[in-house]
Ligand binder design. Structure first.
Ligand code: G3P
Length: 217
């Protein structure tokens, strides 16, 4: 499974990229606004750090303007994935860009039917939002299972990019279901490293080692 981080915080991106765990980055207009940076500069800076796909979202609602925005964004770097919303205009844009060899991430997916449309439009990634489905009392992971099954049935090459991840079990469950990518906040990626028995075991080992009075160096 590939790990993307869902953030526009450059310090976090640099820090986590150094662990070798960051295969890509996703941003959205809310995260970009929070960064306080100029959007085009922000995407360029992220692309200089992470070689994998970096999602940059269009903000227009109509196809013609989306295409104009995408033309600007795709010039920033070859690893920019254009993010479009799951609307008729978004999918029209997805189809046109995908036919032109551009990676497209279709976002705000909340149903298997929507995911099917995105795959038919040639999306490189579909982003189902599991956390926001959980928030309204629906099991987001049921949607991931449905999409993985449907895409498998027809051999679609669209990658299932599980988004709106809130905790490590979302990542584990997405991996169990065979989703291609999890995009998560930096805090969730950090949580994946942790286990109390690892900390406890390490402390015991080092306490015993200290008693020997030795040093490896
Ligand atoms: O970037 C899309 C998605 O991951 C947003 O997550 O936590 O705002 O629902 P969240």
């Amino acid at each position: 499974m590939k790990f993307f981080i869902d953030t526009a915080d450059l310090n976090e991106i640099k820090d986590l990229a150094a662990t070798g765990m960051v295969d890509g980055v996703t941003t959205n207009p809310s995260l970009a606004a929070k960064s306080g940076k100029k959007f085009l500069d922000l995407i360029a800076e992220i692309c200089a750090v992470v070689k994998g796909p970096v999602s940059a979202e269009v903000t227009a609602l109509d196809h013609v303007t989306m295409m104009k925005e995408a033309a600007v964004l795709r010039k920033i770097a070859s690893n920019v994935a254009i993010k479009v919303p799951l609307t008729p205009d978004g999918l029209k844009t997805c189809k046109a860009l995908s036919d032109d060899g551009v990676m497209v991430n279709v976002t705000l997916c909340f149903s298997a039917a929507q995911a099917l449309l995105a795959a038919k439009a040639g999306a490189a990634f579909i982003s189902p939002f599991v956390g926001r489905l959980d928030d309204v009392g629906t099991d987001g992971m049921d949607l991931i299972e449905d999409i993985c099954t449907i895409y498998g049935n027809y051999g679609f090459r669209t990658e299932v990019l599980v988004a709106s991840i809130r905790h490590p079990m979302h990542v584990v469950e997405a991996a169990r279901l065979g989703a291609h990518v999890s995009t998560m906040p930096p805090s969730t990626l950090r949580q994946l490293f942790n286990h109390p028995l690892t900390e406890k075991g390490l402390k015991a080992f080092l306490d015993d080692w200290a008693k020997t009075g030795q040093s490896i160096l």
